[in-house]
Unconditional design. Structure first.
Length: 274
């Protein structure tokens, strides 16, 4: 783990009500091992390192967490049992008022998933879009906001403005001292000046710069989800790699050997005072 600012981290540990010397890693691992998880999702743990990632973002069984754009619920399957007894989980999915059939179907499938298992009974379903006025959670209520591999989708819609709008919504939902956890496909520095917009990868410095513009402070980064085998120079972008495997059988063994993408893992904090 690389600490962005030692002085800030020390002060955060002393002042933030969210700091906790205990790691809660055992509780998180128990949620990762929960029998409600689907087998296809479990197979991806080797690439996504969910226990270590959630622990890095300081998620505890009593946290109030907002999961942004949960898709099919990969992380929801872990967060729901983890937070079921003492915590709270908001799942900010695609908005109901949308003309996109993909968004409608994705949300409908997620709603069905929540209804099919009582482990999700306490999940609060909300809405998120970069230009949406509905709150992802009540203002100043969340301990942690989490987004996994979403930045490139928002950025492709309207560049800096789209990503900044997203960050501002996260900032509003978080309590002072709360954490924003970001995992995203990381563009290599050598490709910063390339035509990367449709690649699915995002420059780490851009992700950080816009979060800071929204008021966040970068507290730490981690290599938990790094993959040095990923060269990020594929014709079909990140979707060339698993799980998408856009080329299907063409060079399938090659891309399976690389694995899922190289990812930045960033921990930001909302200051205790503006």
């Amino acid at each position: 783990m690389k600490i962005a600012s030692l002085a800030f981290v020390l002060s955060a540990c002393l002042l933030s009500p969210f700091s906790n010397a205990d790691t809660h890693l055992d509780a998180i691992q128990s949620a990762v091992d929960h029998n409600s998880r689907t087998s296809s999702n479990i197979q991806r743990d080797q690439y996504r390192h969910p226990a270590q990632t959630l622990n890095f973002f300081e998620v505890t069984p009593s946290s109030t967490v907002v999961e942004i754009s949960p898709g099919g619920g990969w992380y929801t399957e872990i967060l729901a049992p983890l937070l079921a007894e003492k915590g709270k989980l908001y799942a900010a999915h695609f908005p109901t008022n949308t003309s996109s059939e993909y968004y409608k179907n994705s949300r409908a499938n997620f709603v069905k998933k929540l209804a099919d298992n009582p482990i999700y009974n306490r999940v609060v379903l909300t809405e998120f879009a970069i230009n949406h006025s509905e709150a992802i959670a009540p203002a100043n209520s969340a301990d942690i906001v989490l987004t996994f591999r979403n930045l490139h989708n928002w950025y492709s819609q309207n560049g800096d403005e789209a990503l900044l709008n997203a960050y501002k919504q996260f900032y509003t939902a978080l309590k002072p001292g709360g954490i924003l956890g970001v995992v995203e496909h990381s563009l290599p520095l050598a490709q910063k000046d390339s035509d990367w917009l449709k690649s699915g990868y995002v420059p780490e410095e851009l992700a950080i710069k816009l979060a800071e513009q929204a008021g966040f402070v970068l507290e730490a980064t981690s290599d938990i989800n790094a993959n040095p085998k990923d060269t990020a120079d594929y014709k079909h972008g990140v979707w060339t790699l698993p799980p998408s495997l856009r080329l299907k059988e063409q060079d399938r063994a090659k891309y399976l050997a690389i694995g899922e993408s190289n990812r930045m893992t960033l921990k930001f904090r909302k200051p205790l005072t503006p």
